[in-house]
Design a protein around this ligand. Structure first.
Ligand code: NI
Length: 169
């Protein structure tokens, strides 16, 4: 870890950075390692099990996650394989305090680079499989709301807009 980690404010629903496709990382250098450290620190503080760079306003293809066995980073990650299906009450730090049952593949395998530029692969079911898919979605500008069934999504968007306007009191 570098000495100068920071906790960043987490961008929330409505912020355009969350709807943009994040850019590839061309070179893994100290600025990227610093970004990884900042993401890990911000994820821990939240607390959360995963965080993508756009969520702290940086539109780069970097995600971090920790499903209980220590923090990991994936840079320029690619989802190689998914299978099965699993419904899970999913939430997102960018849509605070909201959870929806979302069906996704149960298993996922993703490959990317770590903070030293080495190729790394993570694969798993349940929480790990879910986090890999959820965080990679963030890099495509996709929030979990986009994974909701149409009718549920419309209601969720209506609720979030009302909340933003302070009409939910
Ligand atoms: Ni999220």
């Amino acid at each position: 870890m570098l000495a100068s980690m920071s906790i960043f404010p987490i961008r929330t629903f409505g912020d355009p950075v969350l709807r943009s496709r994040a850019g590839e990382v061309a070179q893994i250098d100290d600025s990227i390692r610093r970004l990884v450290d900042d993401l890990i620190e911000t994820m821990r503080d939240a607390p959360g099990v995963g965080l993508a760079a756009p969520q702290i306003g940086i539109s780069k293809r970097v995600v971090v996650f920790d499903v209980g066995d220590g923090p990991k980073a994936l840079i320029n990650p690619v989802l190689l394989e998914t299978s099965g299906e699993w419904v899970f009450e999913e939430g997102c730090l960018s849509v605070p305090n909201r959870f929806w049952p979302i069906e996704r593949p149960a298993f996922a395998r993703a490959r990317g680079l770590d903070e030293f530029g080495e190729v790394v692969e993570y694969a798993g079911e349940e929480l790990l499989g879910r986090v890999l898919q959820h965080e990679i979605d963030h890099l495509e500008g996709m929030l979990l709301i986009g994974r909701l069934e149409r009718r549920v999504r419309k209601q969720a968007l209506r609720d979030l807009r009302e909340e933003a306007l302070g009409l939910d009191q």
